[in-house]
Design a protein around this ligand. Structure first.
Ligand code: HEC
Length: 309
């Protein structure tokens, strides 16, 4: 209790002094949704990870891309959106709502001028966000601008609908491989999963592993993309610790260090590798301290945060 009383004014002060300490994920939550539940749980991903290491790398790279705002451009990227914002863990998102983009919660206008200068059609025609699990076998994708092949549809979503830059070929292929690997047969028993600190830490570790695996394949353009995605994931983690000093100093410092390593990936891969190994040790140190801080991974913490805003 004492902690709660201490934290509340602290959170309020932080929110007033630095509005940057906000949770991106609140930006697209329907006002009707139970926000604390939505922010701390997600539908479980139904991913069949291939046994072949090369295919597994491709799918993992696609998974990073699916969750990365670095894939998209324009407003979507600036506000921290990714494919996963609408298709949570590959499913739909009944709580998704952005005024001017959505009709009913869970719908989006995929030809909205808000996201796209090229695709905007000046008509409000929102449609339900579909679950992507099991869609690979379909003969046609989408209903508003249907396409007959999955790579073609996904490419158009990235580049036309959300104004992303042309991705590295391995990233585009990986994204398609990831979507195609979402299958009902791979759904875990529990349809929902808690979004915990451990989960976020594992995801960071997974993205780091994909970065090294992509560097092993000497794909520097794709590795650059993974590094930027890792940096954005650090920022998202910091948002879950609005009052922790690590979120205002150690995590941003780790992000800046990644910025220093970035050109090495292109010019000096061996140097990048040893700099990344040292960076990883520093990251682990910060991750060890973080769970002791007040955070927004548990429902009560989120409720207090929302009440104090
Ligand atoms: C703003 C929410 C939003 C975002 C972000 C988004 N989608 Fe979608 N997605 C939709 C909606 C809505 C549809 C249905 C469109 C239609 O019916 O034409 C859809 C349809 C699809 C389909 C076709 C599904 C089917 O059954 O035909 C695929 C594949 C897909 N999205 C993949 C992606 C990928 C990959 C990304 C990221 C690059 C992405 N989406 C980002 C909302 C979104």
């Amino acid at each position: 209790m004492a902690r709660t009383r201490l934290l509340l004014p602290l959170l309020a002060a932080t929110a007033a002094a630095a509005p940057a300490v906000a949770l991106d994920d609140l930006n697209w939550l329907s006002p009707d949704a139970d926000r604390a539940v939505e922010l701390t749980t997600a539908p479980a991903e139904c991913l069949a990870m291939p046994g072949d290491p090369e295919q597994a790398w491709r799918v993992s790279l696609g998974q990073v891309a699916f969750r990365s705002p670095a894939l998209l451009g324009g407003l979507a990227a600036r506000t921290g959106m990714s494919c996963d914002t609408c298709h949570r863990n590959g499913h739909g998102n009944p709580a998704f709502f952005i005024a001017g983009v959505s009709g009913a919660p869970g719908t989006a206008d995929v030809t909205s001028g808000i996201f796209s200068q090229t695709r905007g059609d000046d008509t409000a025609n929102p449609v339900p966000i579909p679950d992507l699990t099991g869609i690979a076998a379909k003969a046609s994708f989408g209903t508003v601008r249907p396409a007959h092949d999955l790579p073609g549809f996904v490419h158009s979503v990235m580049v036309d609908e959300f104004q992303g830059q042309e991705p590295a070929p391995a990233v585009a292929e990986g994204l398609v491989a990831y979507v195609a690997a979402l299958t009902p047969a791979a759904c875990p028993g529990e349809p929902s999963m808690p979004l915990t600190f451990d989960h976020a830490a594992r995801e960071l570790a997974g993205t780091y592993a994909v970065l090294l695996a992509t560097m092993d394949r000497d794909d520097r353009k794709a590795a650059d993309f993974v590094l930027r995605s890792l940096n954005l994931a650090l920022g998202r983690l910091a948002q879950r610790f609005p009052a922790a000093p690590e979120a205002s100093d150690a995590l941003p410092a780790l992000g800046r260090d990644l910025g220093v390593i970035r050109p090495l990936i292109r010019d000096d891969p061996d140097g990048a590798r040893s700099a990344l190994a040292a960076w990883r040790v520093r990251l682990d140190g910060v991750l060890r301290d973080l769970p002791g801080r007040e955070h927004l991974f548990d429902r009560k913490g989120v409720e207090r945060f929302l009440a104090g805003r």
